[in-house]
Write a protein that binds this ligand. Sequence first.
Ligand code: 5GP
Ligand code: ZN
Length: 113
Amino acid sequence: MENCIFCKIANGEIPSATLYEDEDFRVILDLGPASKGHALILPKAHAANIYELPDETAGKAMILAKHMATRLRDGLHCDGFNIVQNNGEIAGQTVFHFHMHLIPRYEGDQVGL
Ligand code: 5GP
Ligand code: ZN
């Protein structure tokens, strides 16, 4: 998809702070983190939102979210974890390429979701 920033990041055309990559996904640090370690799971194939996401990719994304959340928890020693995924402007989506937010939470933090 032309002019989609997350297509370019996911496919390596724009450099990013990458935590993980495989043939289907790239996991990057969020540019405006809500907390330390806030990361985004990006599928490499464009889908604007969850409605467009193929079932197979949705399944793989959930498994990857589980593995990345565990890895971030073990590395950062966070106290909790939010996994968030926004669809549509009213729901807070600002980049219209499906992504999952991985948000480590810490006692006393001020994250507003
Ligand atoms: P949304 O509001 O669509 O659910 O989430 C978009 C997220 O992407 C935001 O948390 C924002 O900080 C992040 N973001 C937007 N542009 C970029 C970018 O160019 N690079 C990275 N790493 N994150 C971005
Ligand atoms: Zn895209």
